[in-house]
Write a protein that binds this ligand. Structure first.
Ligand code: SF4
Length: 390
């Protein structure tokens, strides 16, 4: 029988897009819109399958990610959410987020989504510069994001995230400032800011590797990050995670579940989950996913469903290391020494004392009686620090 904790989360992966953005390496597919309805049926079946052996599982957040969840109709989103409500114990004040392409966002659609229970939207703004949006192959332009935010607000949505990307080929500090100005003018409750990653297999990576596009140098990229943080602070946003800022008490509860290394179910093709000391991932192909869920035995033990492709148990040492490297991403709270002892029965210094001491001495980590956090300098070198804990 699974260990049921007070607060679990549910991630639902929607693997469809209308276009493939040039930097994107997510598990998503174009020209498969005809599969959206059978996929919805399969996802509902996967929810029922997991719930069958975990009745009473409490959920406090749901996150529709992708891909482009806003390609689903409000009716399809509603069918999925009513299945979740029927099969799990969903908190009355649950945070229910959905990623959306600005192009898909219109007043009636947001209204209908909110009636189904969506109470937080995350819009992929990425830039306010049309040249950069074209380079990314995005469907929307800079005006569309304004229309989408206005429609969301008119519908009554009170919790909105906007994503931006920096470190774009040819981007200057001035270009970045214009995107930040536009974003702040829209006054989202939450902001996510990511440096452009060059992922294998993406068009952007191949253009940069072949020398067709230059990347801004590391110093300029670091200046952009620092500039954003200072600008957000002046506007009342506080950084709480390496890539995330929010207005007071508007942190993303779902993502904090990951950073606190707490359990979550991941359903849909290409999802990852962490439940009952198992980390697992589901198969990537939407075709296979639909086939497996509709045609195979769905009686496997929680949290594994026919869609799960691979899983492994997490031992205590691994759980400690993962808790440290994810928790250190939380820039204000870091690792609470009290919570750590409650969870593992020993202090952080008893687990990774020499590594922590080394980074405290070099000014990259700060340790006091209550917590362990990254220093401002450590935020720039976080990946190097995290590598030493695993
Ligand atoms: S919309 Fe998002 S998921 Fe889809 S291709 Fe673009 S970046 Fe990837």
């Amino acid at each position: 029988m699974p260990v049921l904790t007070a607060s679990n989360s549910l991630y639902l992966h929607i693997p469809f897009c209308t276009v493939r953005c040039t930097y994107c390496a997510f598990n998503t597919y174009i020209n498969l819109e005809s599969l959206i309805e059978p996929f919805t049926n399969a996802l509902i079946r996967e929810i029922e399958c997991v719930a069958r052996s975990s009745s009473g599982l409490k959920l406090h957040t749901i996150y529709f990610g992708g891909g482009t969840p806003s390609l689903l109709s409000h009716i399809q989103i509603g069918r999925i959410l009513s299945t979740v409500r029927r099969e799990f114990d969903l908190a009355a004040d649950a945070e229910i987020s959905m990623e959306a392409n600005p192009d898909d966002i219109h007043l009636d659609y947001v209204h209908a989504l909110m009636e189904q229970g969506i109470n937080r939207l995350s819009l992929g703004m990425q830039s306010a510069n049309n040249r950069e949006l074209q380079l990314f192959g995005r469907r929307h332009d800079a005006d569309t994001i304004h229309r989408a935010v206005a429609a969301s607000r008119r519908a009554g949505l009170k919790n909105l995230n906007l994503d931006l990307i920096f470190g774009i080929p040819h981007q200057t500090l001035n270009d970045w400032e214009v995107s930040l100005d536009q974003l702040l003018w829209l006054h989202p409750e939450h902001i996510s800011v990511y440096a452009l990653g060059l992922e294998d297999g993406t068009a952007m990576n191949s253009w940069v590797q072949k020398g067709k596009l230059p990347l801004p140098d590391d110093d300029l990229t670091a200046d952009m990050y620092e500039f954003a943080d200072e600008y957000f602070n002046t506007q009342g946003y506080q950084q709480y995670e390496i890539s995330n800022w929010s207005l007071p008490s508007r942190e993303c509860k779902h993502n904090k579940q990951y950073w606190l290394n707490l359990p979550y179910l991941g359903l849909g093709p290409g999802a990852h989950g962490y439940m009952d000391r198992l980390r697992y991932e589901t198969i990537l192909s939407p075709h296979r996913y639909i086939n497996l869920l509709i045609n195979s035995d769905t009686s496997r033990a929680f949290p594994l469903t026919p869609a799960v492709n691979d899983w492994h148990e997490i031992d205590t040492d691994t759980e400690i290391a993962e808790t440290l490297l994810m928790g250190l991403r939380l820039t204000q709270t870091g690792i609470s020494r009290f919570d750590f002892v409650q969870r593992f029965g020993k202090d952080v210094m008893e687990c990774h004392g020499s590594t922590i001491e080394k980074f405290v001495e070099s000014g990259l980590l700060i340790l006091d009686d209550k917590k362990l956090i990254l220093s401002p300098k450590g935020r720039f070198l976080s990946n190097m620090i995290f590598r030493e804990f695993v």
